[in-house]
Design a binder for this molecule. Structure first.
Ligand SMILES: [Zn+2]
Length: 65
C-alpha cells in the first residue's frame, strides 16, 4: 500500500519554531494555509511535488502579507 500522506518539518516565518505538517503527495503541487502550531499565525505553504510524487521543494511565507 503506497503512502499518500507524508510528514515534513517546516520552520515558522514568525517565531522560527519548527513544526510538522502533513502533505497529501497524491494531490500534486499545492499551496495552502496552516496555522503555526506554536504561535498560531497563518503560514502559507507552497509544496512542489513532481510527477513521481516526490517533494522537490517547500516554500514557507507569512500568510498575511
Ligand atoms: Zn510560529
Amino acid at each position: 500500500m503506497s503512502q499518500v500522506l507524508t510528514h515534513t518539518n517546516i520552520t515558522c516565518p514568525y517565531c522560527y519554531s519548527d513544526f510538522s505538517t502533513e502533505i497529501d503527495i497524491t494531490a500534486g503541487s499545492q499551496d495552502y494555509y496552516e496555522d503555526c502550531h506554536v504561535c498560531c499565525n497563518p503560514v502559507q505553504l507552497f509544496i512542489h511535488i513532481d510527477t513521481d510524487g516526490e517533494i522537490t521543494g517547500i516554500d514557507v511565507t507569512p500568510g498575511n502579507e
